[in-house]
Design a protein. Structure first.
Length: 259
């Protein structure tokens, strides 16, 4: 039994040796002098197919890395239009949606700076060509026309087919990038080439994640069976000079059948 106590003092020495061996190559964050790797990716996608120019701009820095600081501990700040001025303070390294004002033209360029726990930083700049479905500034875009049949006191739909004489409602959307909130809109509902204004109303929303909206109700419907044209025109009162007025017109066809 006397041999066991004589060996016990050797264990603390062994542990200390192992501990020293495992830590001697460790770089603590505060002693790290190597900057992180900043990775930046941009994307733009449609928020609503009905309003083609309602878009979500997103920045994604989560591919950034560092040799010491864990990725979850890295921070990033943003210059969303690459004008040399930081638009945010340092925040978590997350994908972020951005609402540009004004809307970029042709190309969107963003700058970000990634920082590790030691304070080392790295900058990344990325650009992307904007998709063709985005409007240029000062253009207004009319979205798709949707038709809803009026049935049993409720509006149901959207639909592609109506009955002769069946009342229906029409909804079209339009998004402004630069038009001030509250600017009045001119709108028209045209059925088979004839302008009507039965039960029509127009609403403009203040934020660009909502559309200006045109609604009209046609109580008597179409009188004859066949294919009929529904056209909606949504515009401002000529307060904005546009490059192409046809983008304010949305047209669709509806099939009307006998009862």
């Amino acid at each position: 039994m006397s041999a066991i106590p004589r060996r016990l003092p050797a264990w603390p020495i062994l542990f200390a040796t192992l501990s020293f061996a495992s830590c001697k190559d460790t770089v603590w964050p505060e002693r790290d002098a190597t900057p992180p790797v900043a990775d930046l990716r941009l994307s733009v996608w449609k928020a609503d197919d009905v309003c083609p120019c309602i878009a979500v701009f997103a920045v994604n820095p989560v591919g950034s890395s560092d040799n010491v600081t864990e990725r979850d501990a890295l921070q990033v700040r943003w210059d969303f239009d690459n004008d040399g001025i930081w638009d945010t303070d340092y925040t978590a390294l997350d994908m972020l949606a951005y609402d540009p004002d004004p809307l970029p033209v042709d190309t969107w360029t963003v700058r970000c700076e990634v920082r590790d726990l030691a304070g080392n930083t790295a900058v990344a700049v990325a650009s992307m060509t904007l998709p063709g479905w985005l409007p240029v500034p000062d253009d207004l875009v009319a979205g798709a026309v949707r038709v809803y049949k009026n049935d049993i006191g409720c509006v149901c739909g959207p639909v592609d087919t109506l009955l002769v004489g069946q009342g229906f409602s029409v909804t079209a959307y339009r998004q402004d990038w630069l038009t001030p909130s509250g600017l009045p809109l001119t709108s028209a509902l045209v059925l088979d080439g004839v302008q009507v204004s039965e039960g029509a109303s127009t609403t403009i929303m203040p934020d660009r994640f909502s559309c200006g909206q045109f609604r009209a109700t046609v109580a008597a419907g179409f009188a004859t069976a066949g294919v009929h044209e529904i056209k909606v025109v949504v515009d401002t009162h000529d307060d904005i000079a546009e490059t192409d007025e046809t983008n304010n017109v949305s047209v669709r066809e509806i099939v009307v059948i006998e009862r």
